[in-house]
Design a protein around this ligand. Structure first.
Ligand code: G4P
Length: 538
């Protein structure tokens, strides 16, 4: 009986959870929107409480700035709040392109995303990259077109742009009334209401007025004859051109609803949130190498998607962020660290509420717990209530930059090795060890990471390093029949360009895209992958 009661309780907790990420190009309004969502949940009392964890372009060589940002990003890694009896977990995704890898990893822990787009700038580069990752993983997406209080692109042009550049199939659930200087407010088709800006400057918003449908005579009274006619035409157009909203298609990543609004003015944000809690998925099952794991399973399981170094450089204490996949996580319970094969228990697991951390007794699927770690965890590790599971799907993308790392102080070789090892576990960068001579090569997504690594090695591990440039275009993970003649020939010819990654996987470091295509032509049975996810799964 006890088992049954527990399941019901667990299922209830699962069904009221929504774990998602907000993705955008920097400056589109992610921080502002996050803050407004927290305000609705009553988790914060005033605007300005959530610090932006943007790393401003000008700060690339300012270490204090990097340190300050690290502090902020611990606080804003997970922002949880309650709204209408839902427990909502927002996972922060850095917008800065040098930290794109962090964002990709965080996306393995979300059940859905909201994509924020600036109405004037339209689809920007980072949005394209991040949406592509979500599309590949069939993550349900809602699009929020922001900054409607400003002059921007025509709504229909923007919808076209979103479809074409992002490869999405959209359906607007709200639509602006009038554009540019004539912009008056928003018609929310999902809830059938109209909300207007009240003043010339569009800084105030009016009450929401419920209408029967867009042909309701009330519409003309509210917005005027002409704009009402235009709105009716546009809604007709939408109904004939765009697919009708279908929740299953949205959940399968086949259809993306679009909302318009202004985060800064809190316009259209509550509509977005109300629609979100109604349609967004609850915590989803996750694939492990062994089998699919369902959230309502009795036994606890979760995986590490992020590791954050402690702010105090004297203690190498880190916080490993675990997304709970199934069962109930309990404080002081013995859990199995599957890769290490050892039992561990956690006396002070952290949970996150708004921008505060607290010790938690129990957490449920969809939640994130922060575990204090002295170097046991690696990104992608699985923790369970005893069963040997290995969750899949934390990808490593080919780095964009490569440099040899050299030890500057022979007496500190050990510290350097340990520092590199731990920073790589955190996922700051990727390490490759050359097959020929054992030299260490650091690959990163952005140039900023080299400064972070050098600084942290010195301040946290007392080790000094220098870098040496090397001309590499991409890291390609090699999949081949290792006994074949073709593979032996490949190894002989490419010896100088072969390395092992941290997991011992063979990597071909190609110096140009031309080399890659030539190699593929010459060795047709050897597969070159630019993502190492397949490799971990083995
Ligand atoms: P991000 O996290 O996506 O990088 O963007 P963030 O929310 O920090 O917003 C970037 C800028 O855009 C901020 O202005 C913010 O106030 C503004 N913004 C956000 N939403 C809206 C909106 O709906 N309308 C208008 N007009 N502006 C909006 P900033 O001047 O760069 O920063 P701040 O000094 O205001 O913080």
């Amino acid at each position: 009986m006890h088992g049954n009661r527990l399941m019901t309780f667990l299922e209830k907790e699962i069904s009221r959870r929504k774990t998602f990420g907000i993705i955008s190009h920097p400056d589109a309004g992610k921080t502002t929107l996050t803050e407004k969502l927290l305000l609705f949940g009553g988790a914060i009392q005033e605007a300005g409480a959530v610090k932006s964890n943007k790393i401003k372009k000008a700060a690339t060589s300012d270490f204090m700035e990097i340190e300050r940002q690290r502090g902020i990003s611990v606080a804003t890694s997970v922002l949880a709040f309650e709204y209408k009896n839902y427990k909502i977990n927002i996972l922060d995704t850095p917008g800065h392109k040098d930290f794109a890898e962090d964002t990709y990893r965080t996306l393995t822990a979300v059940d859905s995303v909201i994509v924020v787009i600036d109405v004037a700038k339209g689809v920007e580069e980072q949005t394209e990259k991040l949406v592509e990752v979500c599309r590949m993983r069939q993550i349900p997406m809602i699009v929020f077109i922001n900054k409607l209080d400003r002059e921007g692109k025509d709504a229909f042009d923007l919808l076209d742009e979103v479809e074409q550049k992002l490869g999405l199939r959209v359906t607007p659930l709200s639509i602006p009334i009038g554009m540019g200087a004539d912009f008056q407010g928003i018609y929310n088709m999902y809830e059938n209401n109209i909300q207007l800006f009240l003043e010339e400057k569009k800084q105030k918003i009016g009450e929401r007025v419920l209408i029967d449908n867009v042909n309701d005579p009330k519409v003309a009274q509210i917005v005027g004859e002409k704009p009402a006619e235009r709105l009716q035409e546009e809604v007709e157009l939408i109904q004939s051109v765009y697919p009708t909203f279908d929740r299953d298609q949205y959940l399968n990543g086949e259809l993306q609803p679009v909302f318009f609004g202004s985060a800064l003015n809190n316009f259209g944000v509550q509509e977005l949130l109300d629609a979100f809690i109604t349609i967004a998925p609850e915590p989803q099952p996750k694939m492990a190498e062994e089998r699919m794991v369902s959230p309502d399973e009795d036994i606890f399981s979760g995986f590490v998607f992020k590791i954050h170094a402690n702010m105090d450089p004297k203690h190498r204490n880190r916080l490993a962020f675990i997304k709970i996949v199934s069962g109930i996580f309990k404080r002081n319970e013995n859990y199995l660290h599957v890769r290490e094969g050892k039992k561990m228990k956690f006396a002070s697991p952290n949970t996150f509420f708004a921008d505060k951390k607290e010790i938690v007794e129990e957490s449920f699927p969809g939640d994130i717990v922060g575990l204090h770690d002295t170097g046991n965890f690696r990104i992608g590790d699985t923790l369970t209530g005893g069963i040997p599971l290995h969750f899949k799907g934390i990808p490593n993308f080919s780095p964009e930059h490569f440099r040899y790392i050299n030890n500057e102080d022979p007496l500190k070789a050990k510290q350097l090795a340990k520092g590199i090892d731990q920073l790589m576990d955190e996922g700051v960068a990727q390490l490759f060890i050359m097959e020929m001579n054992g030299r260490k090569l650091i690959g990163t997504v952005g140039a900023l990471q080299y400064e972070v690594i050098q600084y942290r090695l010195e301040h946290e591990y007392g080790a000094k390093c220098t870098y040496e440039p090397v001309s590499i275009h991409k890291a390609c993970w090699v999949e081949a029949d290792e006994k074949s003649d073709e593979f032996l020939e490949f190894k002989r010819l490419k010896q100088r360009f072969l390395a092992k990654d941290k997991y011992g996987q063979l990597v071909f470091l190609a110096d140009s895209s031309f080399t890659i295509s030539m190699t593929q032509e010459k060795f047709p049975t050897i597969k070159l992958h630019f993502i190492s996810e397949w490799a971990h799964a083995k």
